[in-house]
Design a protein around this ligand. Structure first.
Ligand SMILES: [Zn+2]
Length: 54
């Protein structure tokens, strides 16, 4: 997946990333820049879910 590194000011292709949810229930991905080691965050596309917890 492609992340934008604010440190390098360039896009980085990262294969290993961790998916998590914010407290606002947004799907995010976290990775590390392979060049500078800066943490990269990216918002994932929200997909419609069949089950929703009230
Ligand atoms: Zn970087």
């Amino acid at each position: 997946m492609t992340f934008y590194c604010v440190q390098c000011k360039a896009e980085r292709e990262v294969e290993t990333f961790e998916e998590f949810r914010t407290k606002h229930n947004l799907r995010m991905a976290k990775a590390t820049c392979p060049v500078c080691g800066f943490p990269l965050y990216r918002k994932l596309d929200t997909q419609p879910e069949q089950e929703k917890k009230a």
